[in-house]
Ligand binder design. Sequence first.
Ligand code: HC1
Ligand code: SF4
Length: 571
Amino acid sequence: MVNLTINNKKVTVPEGTTILKAAELNHIKIPNLCYLEGLNEIGACRVCVVEIEGVNRLITACNNVVEEGMKIYTNSPKVREVRRTNVELILSQHDARCASCVRSGNCSLQEIANDLGILDIPYELQLPHAKWSEGFPLVRNYEKCIKCMRCIEVCDKIQGLNIWDIANTGSRTRVDVSKNRRIEEADCALCGQCITHCPVGALRERDDTDKVFEALADKEKITVVQIAPAVRAAWGESLGLKREEATVNRLASALKMMGFDYVFDTNFAADLTIMEEGSEFVEKLKNRENEKFPMFTSCCPGWVRFIKTQYPDMVNQLSTAKSPQQMFGAIAKSYYAEILNVDPSKIFVVSIMPCTAKKYEAGVEALNDAGAGHDVDVVLTTREVDRMIRSEHIDVRFLEEVELDSPLGISTGAAVIFGATGGVMEAALRSAYYLVEGKNPEPDAFKDVRGNKEGWKEAKFTIDGIELNVAVASGLGNTRRLIETLRSGKVSYDFVEIMACPGGCAGGGGQPIWDGEELAEERAKVLYGLDEINDLRFSHENPAVIECYERYLQKPLSHTSHKLLHTNQEE
Ligand code: HC1
Ligand code: SF4
């Protein structure tokens, strides 16, 4: 242990502790901007400078460790002056039109500048200029970038994709797409993790809220909205609701108030996905000698983009099942149009997703089969829907909860856990067991696949005497390690679930941002809690899905199912 003083307070911390951590452990706040624990500890912004007695220059707290007897001052006059100058210099290269920024009120730079009482910037404004690809689902605003390097690091170290890098030198230095490429050429998975790790508004999703407001105002359109599993665990965070208040029924109430005609659930389609993907897996098992294993899940477009660019020879191992988002769109514009007895082109489908890659997925032509424009017309992230609620001036605290509409709002506990890493696998195994054994397993029989963050998780189960090896990974760096190990022959699996975002969709790139905090685990707990209290725990027991098969699709893997719910992944 190391003994030292911080602001004259005696403290003792383990050896090797950084000054920043030592202060934090003792409830002393040192402001910081670029720092991200374990990811970005480079002192780039120099906001966390501190004074050490006997040392001439100030040092950064995030990447210097404590020493025995150190006397540290985190807010001395010298520290305040230098910190202030550093922040003023950052602001001199930052477009600080805060009133029109998506991160206004949730921006680390804004907070630090306010805390330091900066009312004027004594330097000439020097904003970098570069052009971004219009319409791309992910938007970089060069004028807001503070060159903290967080996006570079999260993409390199967590996602292993190296999309961002430093470009140019000297005063022309900026963060841009690596290797001088345009973003479209860069194999970006669109996971959005760079957005959720940016401390300011330099990265954001393409804003599609206007398209939705327009559709809601159009009397000719029947507006249908689907809510993704992981959204219900996070949408209330930035609206000041407690987790237990921010239910999907309260969100449904807000959406109805905004004017949506029907509020449905992606979970319905997640149950449908299990029927299709589970049946596909069971069929493959029957024909084991001639099939390639493992079969990979295909519901995460970040992962699908990743495999297509990084391991194209394995694309044929993806399940042919479309994602729940796309299945929902196809069903809304076919089966549901028939129920309503309307022309499918009148139906306008909006998705609320925790995800930025879903914006791309909805536009993929091979995933649009209902024949009435795009199956999903607009995808909004959780953040965008929160912004819409705010712009409608709806006070969510006082909303009465309402039921979701029927039949596409009915779902099971197996569906809601899709939003957490391991959830798709667990839901699929619950139904695969039923399909093979003819009876249900214990609902929690496959819970060993839940919740991994480091590396990947493997599990073995026996169904009808067949031993199944399964694996689950989230985060694309972990995914690459898993695939390389698979390709080396050191491991072999039958079924593998991959989600691009660490922790799965709960930690998706479209979720509310809590600077420096990872909330995937906390949100996953909400989803597992919802599974536990649902009377229905098996996708094959969803009465609305059963009815949809009886009235429309006939059976899993039928001709109609193939047309609407599956795709050729190699297209
Ligand atoms: Fe997901 Fe999925 S779980 S991919 O993370 O399979 O986005 O929540 O909607 O489609 O259901 C996202 C979440 C989501 C799909 C489902
Ligand atoms: Fe989107 Fe979920 Fe995949 Fe992340 S894990 S890219 S949020 S689908």
